[in-house]
Design a protein around this ligand. Sequence first.
Ligand code: 5RP
Length: 217
Amino acid sequence: MNADDKKRLAAEAALDYIQNDDVIGVGTGSTANYFIDALAKVRGKIDGAVASSEASAERLRSHNIPVLDLNATGDLPLYVDGADEATELRALIKGGGGALTREKIVANASKKFICIADDSKLVNRLGSFPLPIEVVPMARSAVARRMVQLGGAPELRQGFTTDNGNIIIDVHNLSITQPIEMETQIATLAGVVTVGIFAIRPADVLLLGSDSGLKVI
Ligand code: 5RP
């Protein structure tokens, strides 16, 4: 099975977590896109979706799935999204697609967070994937210096502006042995909007597509 087949397998398995008349949160990225396309086939079951990015909102609308504002819906029963890395404890790195801020907002507003991915995303320790951090542009150099002090190698994501008008710094070479502590430490730096560690609010379930079928963690 190739990576796309594994992503599709995980995405389609997430449909089982939807209840009739739910409004659900929908993430961003290629695996989330498979979920949106699968959702289109059962769209009558849900009342609508809250999207974690403009790109996902557009894809949902293209399937005639109503896109709702989180301020109007209140908390959600379910959020389905991909990840760049995941541990057995379901701590994640997210933000490869740059949508980490809205993803963290929707994840935190959701009772259940189902993370869907191919099994290459499962790691023993977070940090091989460069850690995305959304930063207010004025704080770019200050935050980058703090990342160097933490042992990382920060790199500005060139030519990229988030849906919120900010920049992304991707931090290489971090060994994230204590995800909750590092999430807290980076999140509290002035100028940081969101750090792409999802450990304080991890996923509740990991659905991983693999050669031997679906793995549920
Ligand atoms: C976007 C994300 C994505 O979930 C993450 O990058 C995984 O993407 P893909 O499903 O394309 O591998 O966090 O900001």
